[in-house]
Design a binder for this molecule. Structure first.
Ligand SMILES: O=C(O)CCC(=O)C(=O)O
Ligand SMILES: [Fe+2]
Length: 242
């Protein structure tokens, strides 16, 4: 069966050259219109987890549990996350829906996000990833849906910290929020090794961004006046069978 989620560019040569030269490349209108519409309809009802670093370790808390905390308890939790973010180089706080985990658990087999996992790992999609990167070892991709609300952030890192056994060939994002404004924060900043910003990218709606890893980058904190949530799919093209 053909993959039916993505508008895969057939001419990948210029895109591959851009990725090789700049460490990043973008493809507009990546998801087919009816697929991205289904995703938009499901975003608000996903069983999100709040993902964050606390006491130097990654943690996840179902959003239902966060909501069950009192306003004061929620403030205390967020205050301790941001205090540690000030002290430590690496820190983050955003909401996450782990696509492969939910796929394997069959949480919602009729969800567009369930089918996404099969479609992003489809042989035709993998062939596109290989053509785009020139990396023939890629066998699949993983992913999570992320939601950045006002105050959420992802400090600088280089994507080198894959769990044991996972091999990340390139990082990718697909923006799922319409009409994002640059002064809302939530920009993806790609950095030089010395920390200077090389390029800043809007989380543009239905744009695939592929960037080489390891490469330093961060997502700037979403402004507290931002009227929208920053939704995207983020993950890696992978070269391991895990
Ligand atoms: O959301 C983004 O634009 C980038 C996310 C990212 O860098 C990550 O999840 O490692
Ligand atoms: Fe990253």
């Amino acid at each position: 069966m053909q993959q039916h989620f993505f508008n895969l560019p057939t001419d990948t040569q210029a895109l591959r050259q851009q990725l090789a030269a700049n460490g990043v490349v973008q493809v507009n209108d990546f998801l087919r219109a009816e697929i991205v519409a289904q995703m938009e309809a499901e975003l608000s009802v996903l069983p999100w987890d709040m993902a964050y670093i606390i006491n130097g370790r990654g943690a996840k808390k179902p959003i239902s549990e966060v909501m069950a905390l009192s306003a004061q308890q929620q403030q205390q939790l967020f205050a301790s996350i941001t205090r540690q973010a000030a002290e430590n180089q690496y820190a983050f706080c955003y909401d996450s829906y782990m696509l492969v985990t939910h796929y394997l658990q069959q949480t919602n087999p009729s969800s567009v996000f369930h089918h996404y996992v099969e479609q992003i790992c489809h042989p035709q999609t993998v062939a596109f990833m290989r053509a785009l990167t020139g990396n023939q070892t890629i066998v699949k991709a993983d992913g999570q849906v992320s939601r950045y609300l006002p105050g959420h952030f992802l400090r600088s890192h280089d994507d080198n910290g894959a769990p044991v056994g996972q091999v990340r060939a390139a990082a990718y994002t697909i923006g799922l929020s319409r009409h994002w404004q640059p002064d809302w924060g939530g920009l993806l900043h790609l950095q030089e090794n010395d920390g200077r910003i090389r390029q800043s990218l809007l989380p543009s709606f239905n744009t695939l961004t592929v960037f080489s890893v390891p490469q330093h980058h961060f997502v700037s904190q979403v402004a507290n006046y931002c009227p929208a949530a920053r939704y995207s799919i983020v993950g890696w093209f992978r070269s391991d069978a895990q």
